[in-house]
Design a protein around this ligand. Structure first.
Ligand SMILES: Cc1cc2nc3c(=O)[nH]c(=O)nc-3n(C[C@H](O)[C@H](O)[C@H](O)COP(=O)(O)O)c2cc1C
Length: 205
């Protein structure tokens, strides 16, 4: 199929975007508000946050969750080039067709954790190939799981369900962040979403 046509189709159907302006820590990706809470957090070696992020949104949310829970965090690296217009189109196509991909070596062993929280951007109504690959590879090692998504506006429910099905395990919880939540003017909405999510695990401790 013609590349330009395919590109336009993916842009139109998937409503992408990547606009956010809250201040965040370049290294961890965490929002500044959360970074400042670092010292107050209780030690927690039993939770691992893993995520894939192409343009930073999911990295930032993962960083905020990890800071709040004082959890370990690791990024899933997709070895396939997802940059530029072509990378974008292929990304949408790979996600839509539920492809897996080559991912970088993970340093953290999920079997060492009581809870693994997995975050993915939504691509064409699906989880990303990198997260699909991670779940397929490590699902036997998960004790408890929870999920989060970031998206241009799609709700997390269906993706979280598909992640549960792939993991063969019901999640303790899930939530979704929209691009608009990451704008400075919506920082209270965003903070409440993150806090409601992490409270699930603080209650079960
Ligand atoms: C190839 C592609 C497909 C996308 N498809 C959707 C979609 O179906 N629904 C949606 O709400 N957002 C969609 N988006 C927007 C992303 O989910 C959103 O920008 C997300 O926060 C990006 O996360 P990241 O910055 O961590 O990569 C898509 C983005 C890309 C690159």
């Amino acid at each position: 199929m013609n590349l330009i046509f395919y590109f336009s189709l993916v842009v139109f159907l998937c409503l992408p975007g990547n606009i956010f302006s809250q201040e965040y820590d370049a290294k961890s990706g965490a929002t500044k508000d959360y970074k400042d809470q670092e010292e107050q957090a209780m030690p927690n070696n039993k939770t691992l946050v893993v995520y894939y992020s192409r343009t930073g949104n999911t990295r930032r949310v993962a960083g905020d969750i990890a800071k709040e829970l004082n959890a370990d965090i690791e990024e899933i690296v997709d070895k396939k080039d997802r940059g530029g217009a072509k990378g974008y189109v292929v990304a949408g196509k790979d996600a839509a067709t539920e492809k897996t991909t080559d991912i970088g070596k993970m340093e953290k062993n999920p079997a060492d954790y009581e809870l693994v929280i997995i975050g993915t951007p939504i691509w064409c109504w699906k989880m990303t190939p990198a997260v699909r690959t991670y779940i397929e590879k490590y699902k036997e090692d998960f004790k408890e799981v929870a999920f989060f998504t970031t998206s241009g506006g799609m709700k997390p429910d269906k993706i979280a369900k598909s992640m549960e099905e792939l993991a063969g395990k019901k999640g303790l919880g899930f939530f979704g962040v929209f691009e608009k939540d990451l704008k400075d003017k919506n920082k209270d909405i965003y903070k409440k979403k993150v806090d409601d999510f992490i409270n699930i695990f603080l209650k079960t401790e």
